[in-house]
Write a protein that binds this ligand. Structure first.
Ligand code: CTP
Length: 439
């Protein structure tokens, strides 16, 4: 797995010197860092210092045509996994909230399609001003992670909230944001266009920029991927249902990672209270029968990943009214009917995707059960999930990818990391099987 890439925007202010320590921490952890420094930031930190520590070129000027040839600003804003603004001044936050793009930093922030984390630093009155608080609320509503500033004595002599959080705290927030893409106030984003529009290039400054080729940065660009996630609920009567403990977290993390990798993602979700990852088209269902129908309608796709913990049985008869106790102590009979096996059904259908992946949560004989399931379901891979030590709903998974070519066992990883690694493997597999769509 490649280490995360950070685009660090260093704003102005006395706290800018702390960004130097932040770069050091990021590099020490193995992350790649590219720095952009605002004109105000240059008053406090030199580009040379940031270049030496990040071991990368530092960008300062939107109109540096040489850079536009080497790397356009649209590309610069998108090749990162996370954009970090530290320190985020009142001015930068205001421009971000209003969508103003009048220099390189703000243009990148407006053009990026990656998550953004901002660490504010400013005078206490500026932080508490209703305008700043309104801007922070707007940004949080837009899905930007805005850290709370530290409280304490400020360089200007006043006391209160407004100090830049310590570099170690910003670093911890970055790690947590990267390992848990669903943790932020993620908002629903419109589906990705099938081609990145060039309408962004209307300010005349990109005349000499080579065409931005999304497929170079997004290994699943042009692919359609269907994912099922979560449990299903099988009603017994209007108030009762049969369910299981699936949290949906792994399936949603996979949908998020697939969208980040450029795929067009259809997520068919059982009842779970998780936000829709940006760029994902979500269809909510309740029962296995509904899920089977939505999957059927979602085909054809390039790959289907069946992560849902589909209930094996439903109530044979559902009561239109709540079933009442009759006082005799007699227990009502609960007859069950078998649900359709969605994965096996897709495997047999004429629309079978070129790559069909099932999940299997097992508590014992994980590999043997996964191998048996691979044959029984007729899919290409089974992602076998060892849930003996960590039952459903946890934050990490230890998985084995079982296919006819053998077993690929991964260490225990956060669910977001499992998702990203799986996307890399899927992209490689699809590229080996067929070239990408060009539409
Ligand atoms: N699956 C499905 N439809 C079902 C049951 C399971 O699509 N009715 C899919 C799951 O989404 C998963 C895979 O099949 O990708 C394996 O699910 P699992 O519940 O482990 O399989 P079962 O056949 O139900 O096996 P078990 O007897 O272990 O429950």
């Amino acid at each position: 797995m490649t280490k995360p890439r950070i685009l660090l925007i260093v704003g102005g202010g006395i706290a800018a010197y702390k960004s130097i320590e932040l770069v050091r921490l990021l590099r020490k952890s193995g992350m790649t860092v590219r720095c952009v420094i605002t004109r105000a930031g240059e008053q406090f930190v030199t580009p040379l210092t940031l270049a030496a520590l990040s071991e990368n070129k530092v960008y300062t000027n939107l109109f540096d045509l040489k850079d536009e040839v080497e790397m356009g600003h649209i590309q610069l804003s998108r090749e990162a996994d996370l954009v970090v603004v530290a320190p985020a001044t009142a001015d930068l936050l205001a421009k971000m909230a209003a969508g103003i793009a009048d220099d390189l930093a703000t243009t990148l922030l407006l053009a990026t399609d990656k998550p953004v984390l901002a660490a504010p630093a400013m005078n206490v009155r500026m932080w508490l001003h209703p305008a700043t608080q309104r801007n922070v609320a707007t940004l949080r509503g837009d899905g930007v992670t805005v850290l709370d500033p530290d409280e304490g004595e400020m360089a200007c002599g006043e006391y209160g909230p407004g100090r830049l959080p310590e570099p170690a705290a910003i670093f911890a927030a970055i790690e947590s944001r990267l390992s848990n893409p669903l943790a932020s106030s993620a908002v629903e984003a419109p589906p990705l266009p099938s081609r990145v529009s060039t309408s962004l290039d209307t300010n005349g400054s990109l005349d000499h920029q080579p065409d931005f080729a999304p497929e170079n940065h997004r290994p699943l660009f042009g692919r359609r991927i269907l994912i099922t996630a979560g449990p299903t609920h099988e009603p017994i009567d209007p108030v009762r249902y049969i369910a299981n403990r699936s949290s949906g977290k792994q399936g949603f993390a996979i949908a998020a990672a697939a969208a980040e990798a450029g795929a067009e993602v259809l997520l068919i979700a059982g009842p779970v209270p998780l936000p829709t990852p940006p760029g994902v088209i979500r269809v909510d269902v309740e029962t296995a029968v509904e899920m089977a129908e939505e999957v059927r309608q979602g085909l054809p796709v390039d790959a289907a990943i069946m992560v849902a913990a589909v209930a094996d049985w439903r109530a044979a008869d559902t009561s239109a009214q709540k079933i009442k106790k009759d006082g005799s102590g007699a227990v009502p009979p609960l007859a069950l009917a078998e649900n359709p096996d969605i994965l096996a059904g897709v495997a047999r259908s004429p629309d079978r995707p070129p790559l069909l992946i099932g999940f299997a949560a097992e508590t014992n004989d994980v590999i043997a059960h996964a191998e048996a399931k691979l044959a029984k379901k007729g899919c290409d891979w089974i992602v076998a999930n060892d849930v003996a030590a960590d039952p459903m709903g946890g934050e990490s998974n230890r998985v084995h990818i079982v296919s006819k070519n053998g077993i690929d066992s991964w260490d225990r990883l956060p669910k977001a990391a499992v998702a990203r690694k799986l996307m890399e493997k899927i992209a490689d597999e699809l590229d080996a099987r067929s070239p990408r769509h060009s539409d």
